[in-house]
Ligand binder design. Sequence first.
Ligand SMILES: Cc1cc2nc3c(=O)[nH]c(=O)nc-3n(C[C@H](O)[C@H](O)[C@H](O)COP(=O)(O)OP(=O)(O)OC[C@H]3O[C@@H](n4cnc5c(N)ncnc54)[C@H](O)[C@@H]3O)c2cc1C
Length: 277
Amino acid sequence: MKMAVQGTLRKLLLTSLFLALTTALPSSSIDASIYSSSPIIKRDVCVIGGGSSGTYAAIGLRDRGKSVVVVEAKSVLGGHTNTYTDPPTNATIDYGVIEYDNSPIVTSYFSRFKIPLTTLSNTATVPSLQEYYVDFRTGKNVTEYIPTDPTAAFGTYAAQLAKYSFLNTPGWHLPDPAPSELLMPFGDFVKKHNLDGAVFTINEYAQGFGDILSIPTLYVLKNFGQAVLAGAQTGFLTTARHDNSELYRKARAELGGMFTATTTTLQEEELLSPWLS
Ligand SMILES: Cc1cc2nc3c(=O)[nH]c(=O)nc-3n(C[C@H](O)[C@H](O)[C@H](O)COP(=O)(O)OP(=O)(O)OC[C@H]3O[C@@H](n4cnc5c(N)ncnc54)[C@H](O)[C@@H]3O)c2cc1C
């Protein structure tokens, strides 16, 4: 629908909310006449949340010919992607999401936005990066600790993963009953298959899991699956310009803007005209 960008923001916001709701409710259950005096933005899809998933969905829908509006709580797209720009030099450094699996989805997504990727090396990302090992029980550096070379254990781990190919698909598609080995604490699984050398690295990718040795093996294998294992073995990808936010700036420009959501209202964030033609 073509319309002038006018009226109160609140009207726009309420109608957007209405549109979002219409995606969830059968049209017969909504009395549209109560909204008719307000400007109405019509879109095929309203995406709530412009993080990684929402932005990918919005761009994908747009590429398939659908019109989309994104409602995001923050003033930028990208969710946990954060990039710092050093004012004097304009050099950028990512301090939220840093690395990506080397998968066709990732490479084609970034290439769509003409953003070159490179294999991540810690020194390229943070030139002065140095790792310290700390015992969180004492807060002291553990200077004598040297991580084991995980190469051999990764090979054994890969063979175990290959036994459970259903873990390699998006979502959870478990056989019933689930294989008993996947239900044992991961610590027992490590002992059973002699995987000690891989535990340090696997744990690095299990933020928020707590003590991975005590949780069911299923969760660890699902989290540290084939794509992550491949990244740990051969390197993850990152943006060559070390500016992961570039993707979201470009996505936002393509989407023509977005709404910023607050707890009580939605506010027009940018010019709406590109959305309304
Ligand atoms: C510090 C950190 C570093 C990470 N590093 C990596 C990494 O290097 N590589 C990797 O693959 N993964 C990494 N992750 C994990 C990755 O960030 C998540 O897997 C990914 O962000 C999930 O995307 P999402 O879109 O589902 O959620 P999110 O990125 O969380 O996006 C959700 C969005 O919805 C918005 N939102 C929430 N509520 C509302 C609302 N009511 N209305 C409107 N908008 C709303 C939020 O503001 C946010 O923008 C990292 C996570 C963190 C926290």
